[in-house]
Ligand binder design. Structure first.
Ligand SMILES: *Cc1c(COP(=O)(O)O)cnc(C)c1O
Length: 362
């Protein structure tokens, strides 16, 4: 008898997360120099990190013998978002706070609802508690809120919504999300994952954090991994009603966020120029890639993030041909989209390399 048989059956049933292939791994596999590789696979910021954040990290190296103090970042976020400090919960990446929500509200005998093609962490967080996943069919690859509402059962305690969604890039207008909140039973938590919020045109954004006053069952999550360019430092946060935030904090590891990440995030929040440049670069790169895909005769799903999902006939085969040319994108067969690939919007030169390689691959 194997020791693994002693593990909880719902843990053994989990399919592991498949991350984007690291540049160093492809370099080893293909014998390519690292400089020849373009990675557009994990929705990272092609401009790197904010220069102000870099300086803050360098300064914070002095002091690593001390345990972290989250106060400065929580205070800055509370002020920026117009909420109380006891409404902010920091995470080791926003994935961490998704996991906290799952641990607080889910268990064997409960269920969570999310959309077909939704972010891979929702089933992981759900299944790790023993709860059941209820997958609501997508509409035009995006969340179908009516189907999600209809999927709620008496044992449902969380609804996971990514807006915009990854990997499809779909966006739900906030009037629809607000109407959805009004229709959801008050005993069901809605986790609204806004990792790509900063890439939305200002006119499309909404102050969802302000909705928490009316909907104490709403948890909004955001991250420093995307437009702020701090994916490798692992920092994100949740905003919730004070009593909900208190529960999340009870299961949070006391020092889940490290000193360097806190310092970087504080500085990044104030680097408005870097955020504006990142936004602009993404807007132009999106146009470049959309035009390039059109020239190649490929369909895509209109995207509101820093990535684009497009259709080829065989995602896995085209992916292999791109890898051979040193271009890493993301196959998304695991999301039920085996004919699609997802590409992150990169620098102009990286986007060109990708489009050329894709032309050859086809
Ligand atoms: C990238 C992403 C996140 C952010 O994850 P971190 O743990 O903050 O790096 C969260 N949600 C979605 C949908 C994402 O695509």
């Amino acid at each position: 008898m194997s020791i693994t048989e002693q593990a909880l059956s719902y843990i053994r049933g989990i399919s592991p997360y498949v991350p984007g292939k690291p540049i160093t791994e492809l370099a080893r596999e293909m014998g390519l120099p690292v400089e020849k590789i373009v990675k557009l696979a994990s929705n990272e910021n092609p401009l790197g990190m904010s220069p102000k954040a870099r300086a803050a990290v360098e300064a914070a190296i002095t002091g690593l013998e001390r345990y972290p103090d989250q106060f400065a970042l929580i205070a800055a976020l509370a002020e920026r978002l117009g909420v109380m400090q006891n409404q902010i919960v920091l995470g080791n990446g926003s994935n961490d706070v998704l996991d906290l929500a799952a641990r607080v509200f889910l268990a064997l005998g409960r269920s969570a609802v999310f959309a077909q093609h939704a972010f891979a962490v929702y089933p992981l967080a759900t299944l790790s508690t023993g709860a059941e996943c209820i997958v609501a069919p997508a509409k035009h690859y995006g969340h179908d809120l009516a189907a999600m509402r209809a999927a709620i059962r008496p044992d449902t305690r969380i609804i996971w919504i990514a807006n915009p969604n990854n990997p499809t890039g779909n966006f739900l207008p906030y009037a629809e999300v607000h109407a959805f909140m009004q229709s959801v039973p008050a005993n069901v938590v809605v986790v609204l994952d806004e990792a790509y919020n900063d890439y939305l045109p200002p006119a499309d954004r909404a102050d969802t954090v302000a909705w928490i006053k009316d909907f104490p069952n709403l948890i909004v999550t955001r991250t420093f991994s995307k437009i702020y360019g701090l994916a490798g430092l692992r920092i994100g946060f949740a905003v919730a009603a004070p009593n909900v935030a208190d529960l999340l904090n009870r299961v949070r590891q006391p020092f889940n966020v490290n000193n360097l990440a806190i310092a970087a995030a504080c500085a990044a929040l104030d680097d408005h120029l870097f955020v504006a440049e990142s936004y602009e670069l993404n807007r132009r790169g999106m146009e470049q890639i959309v035009a390039g895909l059109k020239r190649l005769g490929l369909d895509h799903i209109p995207s509101h993030g820093n990535f684009l999902t497009f259709a080829v006939n065989d995602g896995a085969a085209v992916n292999q041909k791109l890898l051979k040319q040193g271009v890493i994108v993301r196959p998304i067969g695991g999301y039920g989209l085996p004919k699609h690939l997802r590409v992150t919007i990169g620098l102009e030169t990286e986007n060109l390399r990708f489009l050329e390689a894709l032309g050859h691959a086809l």
